[in-house]
Design a protein around this ligand. Sequence first.
Ligand code: UDP
Length: 327
Amino acid sequence: MLNILVTGGAGYIGSHTSLRLLEAGHNIVVLDNLYSGHRWAVSEEVAFYEGDIQDKQLVADIIDKHEIEAVVHFAGHIVVPESVADPAKYYQNNVVGSLDLIETCIQKDVKHFIFSSSAAVYGIPSTATVDETVTLEPINPYGKSKLMTEWTLQDLGFAAGDDFEFVALRYFNVAGAHSSGTLGQATPEATHLIKVACEAACGKRNGMSIFGTDYDTPDGTCIRDYIHVEDLAEAHLDALDYLFEGGKSTIVNCGYGRGFSVKDVVKTVKEVSGSDFSVTMESRRAGDPPQLIADNSKIKKMFNWQSRFDDLETICRSAYEWEKSRG
Ligand code: UDP
């Protein structure tokens, strides 16, 4: 059993991972400023701090009080188009915030750190699937903010020597909801495709748009590697096991290794919901790469990570059921 600080534990991926950490018998403490997270998404039994990762004193006090041994860092902004419109928000919160947090961890002798990175660090890959070694050329401020944080971890980790090891998990497109029906994506004004399509299917918005139908892909729409949030949560437990067994700092992709187009997703959400919501074809959205699919050999080999929900219909159905249940 470990004492783990989860930043952003009231958010979408953070809350699913926190639940899984609790199930695995760990002691967790959540720090979340509730900017996009929800208090209800964190179990009552968990010590909860409403605050910011940039509040170094608060973070240091939490580490002391709860004898924190590892930090799992989710807190951050995640919307690509917003990052294009307001890059300073992303550099402030994602880059400066992470730097503050990492520095505090190292100062307070927390040796193990898991970071939510993103496939957005790859930009527009030249290969069909991307492994962790390809050149990193993010094309939007969100992706750049994640890459800068990876560099921060590498450089501060190097300077700290054996006293600090991290795993950066590069998430591909995370979607779906918890099988228990108790957790799911609850972001207001959502922009992510599966969430938007499910809202349209539930009549919470008047249809939806497909951004860009002239990409160089089989049906002209962008292709993404959608991963179920519970499989992603499991990757964090595997990463912690790896570090506590003496593993060295590393970066791994989290995806299934296959892609679906925007049109595939819309069709699947229509099928699972039985709703023929209206879909408008629009021009491309700024900052979107045509295709992003993980080469996931590293995570499978290194962490023995196994997926349980690798099925677009399962992902869309769980997201739709969650959306419907929220009224
Ligand atoms: N997308 C879309 N309509 C929407 C939301 C997203 O056509 O209402 C497209 C978007 O342009 C991109 C893909 O769906 O090609 C995935 O976008 P999302 O925002 O879900 O994730 P991202 O890959 O940007 O992190």
